[in-house]
Design a protein around this ligand. Structure first.
Ligand SMILES: NC(=O)c1ccc[n+]([C@@H]2O[C@H](COP(=O)([O-])OP(=O)(O)OC[C@H]3O[C@@H](n4cnc5c(N)ncnc54)[C@H](O)[C@@H]3O)[C@@H](O)[C@H]2O)c1
Length: 268
């Protein structure tokens, strides 16, 4: 293959010019970095988050549309997708990234607590998959990318219910991939390892907003040691994995769980 042809292919495969994308959780961390990267790749992006100020900041910075919503609200997610289709005429990428972490030991988990976690982390992703999936099946193309977690590979103290919610996302991804494949719609998930974001920073931030530096160093050290690459991940590392799955670089990839974790799941 001539190298100029190959070079053109590299650009085209990752390019999202003319594509329409919706990103939930775009107000912070991985969702924000993903919205930025998809926009940089040329997509017209709609950013959604329950934190209105944060999502407007992201959207303003990249010339995107901002929508304040809670992903547990099915009607709001339906309206989010319908709004993008109405405004931009199609939907090519749905990145279901909004989520929360929870550190309750399973023996102490209450029903209310569990309902909240599953509503956001699982049902919120299901709402996005359903709303986007219906549009994409009718359209005959599209890519859905869900955010699962490396927590499904490593049972961890206090992360049991969180891991269960993310395992449900992984299974949803694989099952839906089978259901919509004949319509040329792909569904994949990213399983991030230890990523430094507002979510993980909250673990070493005191209620008054100050940082517990000793705890930060301990947690970051443990995060680095959990991966053969010897570092924690960045939101940009994960956004790049989402771009791959969202773009034509991955046209033959569906139902996959992409472990963007520095190799942490290996028995090394
Ligand atoms: N940071 C990590 O180490 C890590 C590792 C594995 C998986 N993940 C997953 O990646 C995703 C993003 O995590 P992050 O680290 O960027 O977290 P983050 O807290 O920085 O960002 C999450 C965003 O989701 C939004 N959100 C939360 N609940 C919502 C709801 N009900 N409706 C709408 N928006 C809501 C928040 O307002 C926030 O802007 C989450 O699903 C998380 O579980 C994170």
């Amino acid at each position: 293959m001539p190298s100029s042809y190959a070079a053109a292919m590299v650009g085209q495969r990752f390019e999202l010019k003319g594509r329409v994308a919706v990103v939930t959780g775009a107000g912070s961390g991985i969702g924000r970095a993903t919205a930025e990267l998809l926009a940089e790749a040329g997509a017209t992006v709609t950013c959604a988050d329950r934190d209105g100020d944060a999502v407007r900041r992201t959207a303003d910075a990249i010339g995107a549309v901002a929508v304040e919503l809670d992903v547990t609200d099915r009607a709001a997610v339906d309206a989010l997708v319908a709004g993008a289709v109405e405004q931009f005429g199609r939907l090519d990428v749905m990145a279901n990234i909004a989520g929360i972490v929870d550190w309750s030991p399973l023996l102490e988990m209450t029903d209310d607590h569990l309902d909240r976690l599953l509503s956001i982390n699982f049902r919120g992703v299901l709402h996005g998959c359903q709303a986007a999936g219906r549009v994409m099946v009718a359209q005959g193309s599209g890519s859905i990318v869900n955010m699962s977690s490396a927590a499904i590979d490593h049972p961890g103290h206090g992360l049991g219910a969180y891991a269960i919610s993310k395992a449900a996302v992984a299974q949803l991804t694989r099952s839906l991939a089978v259901e919509v494949a004949s319509a040329n719609v792909r569904v994949n998930a990213v399983l991030p390892g230890w990523i430094l974001t507002e979510m993980t920073q909250a673990r070493f931030t005191r209620p008054d907003g100050t940082v517990d530096e000793a705890l930060r160093d301990k947690l970051l050290d443990a995060g680095r040691k959990s991966s053969p690459l010897g570092r924690v991940g960045t939101p940009e590392d994960i956004a790049a994995a989402v771009l791959y799955l969202a773009s034509d670089a991955s046209t033959f990839v569906t139902g996959q769980l992409l472990r963007a974790n520095g190799g942490a799941d290996m028995p090394w």
